[in-house]
Design a protein around this ligand. Structure first.
Ligand SMILES: [Zn+2]
Ligand SMILES: [Zn+2]
Length: 650
């Protein structure tokens, strides 16, 4: 009789279904067992939260998920494997090239290499790309190999790669693995896709310099960026998107549309809002102000600086003091002030100006408050990373039993803002504290657990799609961040809502409860736009500078077809202005074709062209940006129709 003693392991799939497999089962076998399609598209497998190669034996019970191109971790495994493919191509074209690190990034991958002074430019990029495609076609298998530290050192000593040797020296013996594909071996903890044949489309994007280990005392290496896809069509779509993103870049459009500027004399990261940008910004402010009045907010105004002790009390000084703008001193009294990094401490002081009763709560203070935060010059980027910006800030002070209701009301307001501005695709991220690093955060477990639970409940009640991310909370409380997708499918973090049980305690805020006792209120911080700077940047790129009519800095351009009609054009323009319609009169001595082209470039929504017929019949010939002629209409009809179209959302 034959006895067959094999141990089994229980494999649990994401849908909760479980199946027994022989011990040592591989991800590829599990995928085949589910479906042929999945097996064909499988890139890696998640085993108890860790990403593994599909060929690695699973030896104990596990929760697994087969990863494909549709998973973020599937993509990053694909891109990291592509970095190895690029390294192999480089090594075959440049024998003796040395390698630093080659990770996957948000879109694609890079590898830092040392070419020993050899020039590397566009032509070389194309050659490497070609080699990569050739190697990819060979379906080279990525294989994992456990090596001892001494073996690893021996291999890279022989190869003469000092960067890898430096990396190995920091590793523990017994935890070191190599990955091989074709003729290439890399020090790597993996994971990787099964073979290079999955990589069907390759594009090397650009070359930059990068100091080894990010330290400027070290040698400058050559960083090559690339991206790969499982289908050629996906690469083409991506490259098209890149082109489109370049055209929509808010820094470029901000200049062309005269919205904002920067001046070295004023200082980097400190935007100057030009007249047209200011109109846009003020329209957004008015829109939100109105919505906030309806929602029961009280506007307040506070100064741009605050005494140092204010921020010592709030904890901001301890947390950011050293790494931010340094205090301003007065000459005689030697007082110390800080540029305001946040509005909340000021609002706490407003709360304290008089005694509060439980019947007064919630109290909601709103301020378009300008704050200043130090960012290293290398981090600054257009309007999205600046040193001075205006938050559409508000702080809600409420009783603990009101937190969830207030949170829900804020979610409603945030969604109203997004929907009114054409952002219909969003998800919410619940940012929790890192349970393994509790000392990074102010406050006890009980408060944190409660706040985290109430945020999740409020989001669930509003039917929001949420993902919970550990370690993303602010140091004083958990939060709900809204991730918004723009017209190009890119994700931006915009509005944020945050529960805070800490700051009211630090400021010793209180209210008298129904029980006649003193209690501490809870604070909610919120900013639907985030900041006006960042929001305007995202809005510009989302709508490519074609703002909704109610926001457009110039809504109409009146264009006389020749100087003979300048008087009638002036009459039309005055009439529109009297109706609060914004725009310009182009009475230059130019051909009408030129005037139309200029108005199109400025992305002005309506062009009103006037000539003899229009003057005789009190009409205007209407042209819509990007859509062409709409025909002639009586001026009064146009005004009525326009007013209907341009009313701000309510
Ligand atoms: Zn690797
Ligand atoms: Zn705040």
């Amino acid at each position: 009789m034959k006895t067959n003693i094999t141990m089994n392991v229980t494999i649990t799939l994401p849908d909760g279904s479980a199946k027994e497999y022989p011990q040592g089962v591989k991800g590829s076998e599990i995928a085949s067992g589910i479906s042929e399609g999945l097996a064909r598209n499988a890139l890696a497998i998640e085993v108890n939260g860790e990403v593994w190669d599909l060929s690695r034996p699973i030896t104990s019970n596990a929760n697994v998920k087969i990863l494909t191109w549709n998973d973020t971790t599937g993509k990053s495994t694909f891109w990291h494997s592509s970095a190895h493919l690029m390294a192999e191509a480089l090594e075959s074209l440049y024998p003796g090239v040395k390698f630093g690190i080659g990770p996957a990034i948000a879109n694609g991958f890079y590898y830092d290499i040392d070419l020993n002074g050899k020039p590397f430019g566009d032509e070389e990029l194309v050659a490497v790309e070609k080699k990569m495609k050739e190697l990819a076609k060979a379906n080279l298998v990525y294989s994992r190999e456990d090596v001892s530290k001494s073996e690893a050192l021996k291999y890279f000593t022989k190869k003469g790669d000092q960067y890898k040797l430096e990396l190995i020296k920091d590793l523990k013996d017994g935890s070191i693995t190599f990955y091989n594909q074709g003729n290439f071996t890399d020090l790597c903890k993996g994971p990787h896709i099964p073979n290079t044949g999955f990589i069907k489309a390759v594009k090397l994007l650009n070359v930059a310099g990068a100091y080894w280990r990010g330290d400027e005392k070290n040698k400058m290496l050559t960083r090559i960026y690339g991206i790969t896809f499982p289908k050629q069509k996906e690469l083409e779509e991506y490259l098209h998107l890149l082109e489109e993103a370049k055209k929509r870049d808010h820094r470029k459009l901000g200049k062309e549309l005269e919205l904002f500027a920067f001046s070295d004399k004023v200082g980097q990261g400190l935007p100057l809002w030009l007249p047209k940008g200011t109109i846009l910004r003020e329209r957004l402010e008015q829109f939100l102000r109105k919505a906030q009045v309806k929602a029961g907010y009280d506007p307040v105004v506070t100064p741009h600086i605050g005494g140092k002790s204010l921020y010592v009390t709030s904890g901001h000084y301890e947390k950011y003091g050293k790494d931010s703008f340094q205090p301003i001193h007065t000459p005689d009294e030697n007082e110390e002030f800080l540029l305001k990094p946040m509005n909340c401490p000021h609002h706490c002081e407003i709360y304290k100006v008089k005694p509060r009763s439980y019947r007064d709560l919630p109290i909601r203070f709103a301020e378009f408050g300008t704050v200043y935060r130090y960012e290293q010059s290398g981090e600054l980027h257009g309007l999205t990373r600046v040193r001075g910006f205006t938050q559409d800030d508000a702080h809600i002070f409420c009783r603990p039993d009101q937190v969830k209701d207030e949170f829900i009301k804020v979610i409603d307001l945030v969604l109203h803002v997004f929907n009114s501005l054409g952002f219909s695709d969003y998800t919410a991220q619940v940012s929790l504290r890192d349970p393994d690093n509790k000392e990074k955060y102010i406050g006890g477990d009980e408060l944190w657990d409660r706040a985290e639970r109430e945020i999740q409940e409020a989001a669930d009640e509003k039917g929001l799609k949420t993902v919970a991310v550990k370690g993303e909370a602010a140091f004083y409380g958990p939060k709900l961040d809204f991730m918004v997708k723009d017209a190009l499918g890119r994700s931006w973090q915009l509005g944020t809502i945050q529960v805070d049980y800490q700051l009211p305690q630090r400021f010793q805020l209180e209210y008298i409860g129904a029980d006649n006792q003193r209690h501490t209120p809870v604070m909610i911080h919120r900013a639907p736009f985030g900041s006006l700077e960042r929001f305007v940047a995202v809005l510009i790129e989302h709508c490519a500078g074609n703002f909704p009519l109610w926001l457009a800095p110039d809504q109409i351009a009146v264009l006389p077809i020749s100087e003979r009609f300048n008087d009638y054009a002036q009459h039309v323009f005055d009439k529109l202005k009297a109706q609060d319609i914004r725009g310009l009169l182009d009475n230059r001595d130019e051909k009408i074709g030129r005037k139309i082209r200029d108005a199109e470039t400025k992305k002005i929504p309506y062009m009103l062209i006037v000539g003899e017929r229009e003057e005789n019949e009190s009409k205007v010939a209407v042209r819509r940006h990007g859509q062409g002629d709409q025909g002639s209409v009586p001026l009064d009809d146009f005004v009525n129709e326009f007013q209907r179209e341009c009313s701000a959302p309510v």
